[in-house]
Ligand binder design. Structure first.
Ligand SMILES: Cc1ncc(COP(=O)(O)O)c(C=O)c1O
Length: 468
């Protein structure tokens, strides 16, 4: 064995202890670590001939890199839709690295890992009150979940025309209908060879809504004259957390032939609370659903899952099977995750979610979701009370989409947001909503509380006074 590796092996416990202390130091100080950082590194570091050993590498990490890392799991990181990581999820994540299993097959190496993944999906279906008619699996994020679901939808579309697109490539125009898709679904259309411009935009409901107009949807369906299509719908649009009417879409599904996909990356968690589950009513009729765990489930990054109806498992295998690897066996007889999703080798990605669900149960997540929504409402009320801001849309769930009051202030929005983010006290993201420049604050982090709202509102007042 290489001598540095031997030295690390002998000192393993001490090394892990130091890494633990490092982690605790970061997590216990999240409140004070800035949410943005302008310093950078020169990324052209030379590779050493002889390794440093883990402790020296940790020392360099502390000196050069750690001071630049931002408080993204902290309570005032409201940009994008960014969850934090709970204690249980970190335990699961660390142990997934320690055990380093390949989560693939049931009857092979890492077999129990696949069963743990099944068990975790089973727990998630209970959390979300969804039926067991879905088969689920873990991928890195909602983008890859949309890719997985729409990949099978593409195969379904071909199948309706008697074609096998997975084997022979796409030979027909694929009809896609959607109203307010997340950019990742459009990126997925590019990755799947469908084309990022090849979709029909359905109107949204009149007024300040991003949800699909069901009458316009039906009219567009009728112009297809019975041809199959794929509908991409939303449970929680990223700007204003709007939801399509799933009960109405279910009724259309009784009349027309289509694959129904729901991007529920964060909005799916509305189903966990009695107060908000009406928003997802009817979603169990979908063919596929995307849900992100590194958002409202508050597990570390690279965690999302897809749910695809079991009746489509053959199409899923056709799409993702390793067809030239006979040693892997018949994909329909021996279930193996590598034949139903994009990656082959994968870490035990279910473990952080498994730990979280066991540790906090349904009540824990109900509390996180309901607290996030009341904090979004509190923040919105404080903005209105201040008088210098206006909401671009009503607060439907956990996202606050707002701007500086008055059209004459539109050029100042970016300047205001940059100055605010530069304080390092809070991080929000810019957006454009109904042709107006705006700002989004998304509440999903389990640590955020009312004091954070006060801190941010105070900071916003200071920045405004400096701008005027
Ligand atoms: C509705 C929706 N779908 C998909 C995504 C993409 O998620 P990810 O970055 O985890 O791939 C997001 C991210 O904010 C989202 O809000």
């Amino acid at each position: 064995m290489n001598s540095i590796l031997q030295q690390d092996l002998n000192d393993f416990e001490n090394i892990l202890e130091k890494a633990k202390q490092q982690g605790i130091g970061f997590l216990n100080n999240l409140e004070n670590i800035p949410t943005s950082n302008k310093n950078t590194i020169d990324p052209n570091r030379d590779l050493n001939e002889l390794g440093l050993g883990s402790l020296e590498a940790l020392k360099e990490f502390n000196e050069r890199l750690a001071p630049l890392l931002v408080s993204s799991p902290g309570p005032r990181y409201w940009g994008f839709v960014t969850g934090g990581s709970t204690p249980a999820s970190i335990v699961g994540d660390w142990l997934a690295s320690v055990y380093d299993q390949n989560a693939q097959a049931i009857k092979a190496q890492g077999g129990v890992s696949a069963l743990i993944e099944f068990e975790t999906i089973h727990l998630l279906l209970q959390l979300l009150e969804l039926p067991t008619s879905f088969l689920g699996g873990f991928v890195t994020g909602a983008t890859m979940s949309n890719f997985t679901c729409l990949g099978v939808a593409r195969q379904w579309f071909g199948n309706q025309l008697g074609k096998d697109f997975a084997k022979n490539g796409i030979s027909e125009k694929i009809n896609i209908l959607t109203a307010t898709p997340h950019s990742s679904s459009i990126k997925t259309l590019a990755m799947l060879g469908i084309g990022s411009q090849n979709y029909t935009t359905i109107k949204t409901i009149e007024g300040n809504r991003e949800a699909i107009d069901i009458a316009d949807l039906e009219q567009n369906i009728q112009t297809l004259n019975g041809k199959p299509f794929i509908l991409i719908s939303s449970a929680g649009t990223v700007n204003t957390a709007d939801f399509d009417d799933f009960t109405a879409i279910s009724k259309l599904k009784e009349k027309y032939k289509f694959w129904w996909h729901i991007d529920a990356a964060f909005g799916g968690f509305a189903a966990v609370s009695d107060k908000f589950k009406h928003l997802t009513e009817g979603w169990e009729g979908a063919d596929s659903i995307t849900i992100d765990c590194h958002k409202w489930l508050n597990v570390p990054y690279e965690s999302a899952f897809y749910l695809i109806k079991k009746e489509h498992t053959n199409l899923q295998v056709e799409t993702f099977q390793n067809s030239n690897a006979p040693y892997l066996g018949n994909p329909l007889e021996n279930f193996n995750y590598l034949n139903v999703l994009p990656e082959n080798s994968r870490r035990l990605r279910a473990l952080p979610v498994w730990f979280s669900l066991l540790a906090y149960g349904k009540k824990g997540f109900q509390d996180i979701i309901e607290t996030s929504v009341s904090l979004a409402q509190l923040f919105g009320n404080e903005l209105l009370k201040d008088g210098n801001f206006e909401l671009l849309a009503p607060i439907r769930l956990n996202n606050v989409c707002f701007t500086l009051k008055g059209d004459h202030n539109q050029e100042k929005v970016s300047q205001f947001l940059t100055a605010l983010n530069d304080t390092g006290k809070v991080f929000m993201t810019p957006t454009v909503y109904q042709n107006r420049k705006g700002i989004r604050a998304s509440f999903v982090n389990w640590r955020t509380n009312e004091n954070d709202i006060k801190t941010v509102i105070d900071e916003m007042k200071v920045i405004l006074s400096q701008l005027n």
